[in-house]
Design a protein around this ligand. Structure first.
Ligand SMILES: NC(=O)c1ccc[n+]([C@@H]2O[C@H](COP(=O)([O-])OP(=O)(O)OC[C@H]3O[C@@H](n4cnc5c(N)ncnc54)[C@H](OP(=O)(O)O)[C@@H]3O)[C@@H](O)[C@H]2O)c1
Length: 242
């Protein structure tokens, strides 16, 4: 990624909540490439993971579900990109989403990340693999108090019910590697275009950042897949369109 690739973007102020994670750092890079002013929120223990961006990004240390931290950070932002992390069993994802929904300025563009297991309208058709991961691995992870997928579901329920300008991006399985381009998307898991179920993490981040300027994604929950995957090549008519 480099700035010359995209030219100078609008001087919007963007907040990235969960900026230090793998997805978050890719989002920071994409947002800087587009000329946005970037503010990142991450846990105090993770601030060092953003060292390479420290000169160009304002970093606010704090838990992403800390309402005071989110309140003073997102208030002046034109867009907020939020990593919904189903960590622990203390309503971390729903607390994070609620803080962003409550404190973002009216009209701000809000883009949230999650996985295929989130369903907006119940019309998604899931493979045995997704069902197994959610119902067996997810339950075991909750018992171990490591991950709470139900809380990510609750976070998205609140987002879908809000009157903000939201988009919930539902990621497939992820892999590292060079960008392949903007992922394609569909409204429902189970649609053939998504069958390959794999996206480069760098491109997931690009989709999140480009959603800021794409009003067609407001009030959508796009399920994404890599644009060069076999299912995308076989079934999508145009990149980036359902
Ligand atoms: N991994 C996948 O295969 C996959 C598939 C589909 C969708 N997604 C979605 O993609 C997004 C990013 O997921 P990712 O897997 O790529 O991971 P990630 O980008 O590394 O994000 C994980 C986030 O969780 C935070 N975190 C880690 N441990 C934590 C803890 N103990 N308490 C609180 N926060 C903690 C991280 O913050 P720190 O930097 O502070 O650790 C980071 O912000 C998520 O919304 C996820 O639902 C992931």
């Amino acid at each position: 990624m480099n700035t010359a690739q995209y030219g100078r973007g609008p001087q919007k102020r963007i907040c990235i909540v969960g900026a230090s994670g793998k997805l978050g750092r890719y989002m920071v890079a994409h947002a800087l490439d587009r000329g946005y002013e970037v503010v990142g929120v991450c846990r105090q223990v993770s601030v060092g993971k953003l060292d390479s961006f420290a000169a160009r990004v304002t970093i606010i240390p704090g838990a992403t579900d800390d309402r005071e931290v989110i309140g003073r950070t997102v208030a002046g932002c034109d867009a907020v990109l939020t990593v919904l992390a189903p960590r622990g069993v203390h309503n971390y994802a729903s607390g994070t989403a609620q803080a962003v929904l409550d404190h973002a300025r009216p009209g701000a563009r809000l883009v949230f990340s999650c996985g295929y297991h989130i369903s907006r309208d119940g019309q998604d058709v899931y493979s045995w693999k997704v069902k197994f991961l959610v119902n067996v691995v997810g339950r075991l992870a909750r018992l171990a108090r490591v991950i709470d997928l139900d809380d990510q579901v609750e976070a998205c329920r609140r987002i879908f019910a809000s009157d903000t300008r939201w988009t919930v991006v539902r990621g497939s399985d992820l892999e590292e590697g060079e960008s392949q381009g903007l992922p394609v998307w569909s409204r429902h898991v189970g649609d053939p275009v998504l069958d390959s179920n794999i996206t480069r993490r760098v491109d997931f981040a690009r989709f999140m950042v480009e959603a800021i300027e794409d009003d067609g994604l407001v009030h959508e929950a796009p399920a994404i897949v890599g644009c060069r995957t076999p299912s995308a090549r076989a079934h999508s008519v145009a990149s980036g369109a359902p």
